[in-house]
Design a protein around this ligand. Structure first.
Ligand code: NAD
Length: 297
């Protein structure tokens, strides 16, 4: 069993750290928010004074932070987490831009350490149930070292390629998700106007060529999929603000690389309007309500 530093004990990091403890690892945790530290301590995480203390003496350090800027700040600090012991494995599970992920890999390498970018999908429910999917970027050797930890916190682990490949996979996947959720929502909005029963559309499309995860697992209208957020007041789940964050990351990457992502750009604009209208805290499938109302926001 290993000693693991865990920085960022929020909605995702808190339960991920708890699952590492449950598997028998010693977890040294830190978050800027004291009540989150208290909650993690209740799950057996040893709370330490700061990020450097979390990294000190750890065989692996996991960061689960809100943004690329937060990750960069930790990797940039000359007296920071990279002062951990030499063979410490640096794992960043935050969803951030590919450039910052590669920057973190390079900084770790300069400090003589292996690194992995490993964003996740599966949401808070997946984090609690240890059912996350990890998409990892880094060398095969670093991936082999990280895999046993991912297997404790998740159900599926994919080595996507070299540094930054995990983040690339994440933003491409979530661009598909944002676009498909809007597509499914538009279909239900049109069905409503045509007088077609929602269940009838679901029964046809879920077994026809319109089938997709946004329809069959996460249906944006109440009824057909009992566990979808639509049946629970659109409580997240996966918040619209986080979908917007991921779509903006995909659009920044598209602009940088010259990729044509017309629908991704449009999806980003729609989620921006939805968030601007005060719905960022709702589940991302609640965009159905904006679409069905015929209003932008
Ligand atoms: P969150 O805001 O709940 O947690 C992030 C935590 O990081 C906060 O508690 C914050 O206090 C802490 N933090 C920020 N800077 C810090 C620092 N310098 N030192 C210590 N702690 C610091 O966010 P979350 O929902 O847990 O998401 C974390 C990451 O996972 C994000 O990048 C998000 O995009 C990604 N993600 C989230 C979900 C989801 O459904 N919530 C799903 C997949 C991926």
């Amino acid at each position: 069993m290993a000693t693991i530093g865990f920085i960022g004990l929020g909605n995702m990091g808190g339960p991920m750290a708890a699952n590492l403890v449950r598997a028998g690892h010693a977890v040294r945790g830190y978050d800027l928010v004291a009540p989150l530290c208290d909650a993690a301590a209740a799950h057996g995480v040893t709370i330490v004074a700061d990020a450097v203390a979390a990294a000190a003496g750890s065989e692996a350090v996991i960061t689960m932070l809100p943004s690329g800027a937060a990750v960069r700040a930790l990797y940039d600090d000359p007296a920071g987490i990279l002062t951990a012991q030499n063979d410490c494995l640096m794992i960043d599970c935050s969803t951030i831009d590919v450039d910052t992920a590669r920057y973190a890999h390079a900084a770790a390498e300069r400090a003589g350490k292996q690194a992995i970018d490993a964003p996740v999908s599966g949401g808070v429910g997946g984090a609690v149930a240890a059912r996350l999917t990890f998409m990892a970027g880094g060398t095969a050797q670093a991936f082999d070292r990280a895999r046993p930890l991912f297997e404790v916190m998740g159900a599926r682990v994919v080595h996507c390629g070299d540094a930054g490949a995990g983040q690339a996979a994440k933003i491409c996947n979530n661009m598909i998700l944002g676009i498909s959720m809007i597509g499914v929502s538009e279909a239900f909005a049109l069905a409503d106007r045509l007088g077609l029963a929602r269940q009838a559309l679901f029964d046809v499309a879920s077994t026809s060529s319109g089938q997709c995860w946004s329809l069959t697992s996460y249906c944006p209208v109440p009824g057909p999929v009992p566990e979808s957020p639509a049946n629970h007041g659109y409580a997240p789940g996966f918040a619209a603000a986080l979908m917007l964050k991921d779509l903006l990351l995909s659009q920044a990457a598209a602009a940088q690389t010259g990729a044509e992502t017309e629908l991704g750009a449009h999806a980003a604009r729609m989620y921006q309007a939805f968030a601007d209208a005060g719905h960022g805290g709702e589940d991302f499938s609640a965009i159905f309500r904006m679409i069905a109302s015929g209003h932008r926001g």
